[in-house]
Design a protein around this ligand. Structure first.
Ligand code: ADE
Length: 261
């Protein structure tokens, strides 16, 4: 079944970025997902096509009106139902939401459709959120000028999980974070670049040795760069092999550090 995205946005053209280029562009062309946009301005009745107003209580900026957004959500739900989606969720991208991570991407990718709301200005009237939104999601602790880029980030992450989207079926399963670990380093030709050579093991042709080296690099990088991730991996259960590889990495890292200093 094709994954159905319905996106509510004041800037539908921005979504050409994902539907026209690269992996997500090819996937859309191949009908692995559909993306339909809804512009709240098309659901207004006044000649100025008003979609925002001043905040009650005063203060800077404007707030998006609930009614045009509600009409968009209703239209999107009808479209999803027509496409056979029975498990859709309405998601609002906002810095106030739950931070997006691989676990949440997997959770969303098990559905068959999503309705995604991109906010502008100071945000949406809270009553629309209360009545229509099931999940509020943030892509990180910083503020963007609108929800379009966060919606595209989310669509890209989910699209990568759809079978057939990535050329190599193993690519998604080897991404960073899949196993609570960062990805290992990658190398391609030439074997020597500006005096730096490719690690010997990668040229050995010994598949098990290469697998162990990659796993060790992933563990080591996660230990160095994201101790929070490693802690959660250890809590979930680390294998004896992983434990040994990590210990070996730590010893080699310590020895190298002493050599440099
Ligand atoms: N809108 C503006 N900033 C955002 C963020 N960091 N995450 C999600 N939506 C946003």
């Amino acid at each position: 079944m094709t994954f159905e995205f319905d996106v509510i946005t004041l800037f539908p053209e921005m979504f050409d970025c994902i539907t026209k280029y690269g992996v997500t562009g090819r996937a859309e062309k191949n009908n692995l997902y559909n993306l339909h946009t809804w512009d709240p301005r098309d659901f207004t009745k006044d000649t100025r096509r008003t979609v925002d107003d001043r905040p009650f209580g005063g203060g800077p900026g404007m707030v998006m009106l609930a009614q045009p957004l509600e009409k968009c959500v209703t239209a999107a739900k009808i479209r999803q139902e027509k496409c056979g989606v029975s498990d859709t969720r309405v998601v609002y991208l906002t810095p106030q939401g739950r931070t997006l991570d691989h676990k949440l991407v997997k959770e969303f990718s098990r559905l068959s459709g999503l309705i995604l709301i991109s906010g502008r200005y100071e945000g949406l009237d809270e009553r629309l959120i209360k009545q229509q939104v099931q999940d509020e999601v943030s892509i990180g602790d910083y503020v963007l000028s609108g929800g379009e880029l966060p919606v595209m980030v989310l669509i890209d992450c989910i699209a990568r999980q759809i079978p057939g989207v990535l050329g190599d079926p193993e690519s998604a399963s080897q991404d960073s974070f899949v196993d609570e670990l960062l990805d290992c380093p990658h190398y391609t030709r030439p074997e020597s670049y500006l005096g730096n050579v490719v690690p010997n093991v990668l040229l050995s042709g010994d598949h098990d040795k290469i697998r162990r080296w990659r796993l060790q690099q992933s563990l080591g990088r996660t230990w160095l760069r994201r101790p929070d991730l490693l802690k959660s991996k250890i809590e979930q259960g680390i294998t004896i092999e992983e434990k040994e590889l990590l210990e070996e990495f730590k010893i080699a890292y310590g020895a190298n550090k002493n050599k440099v200093n």
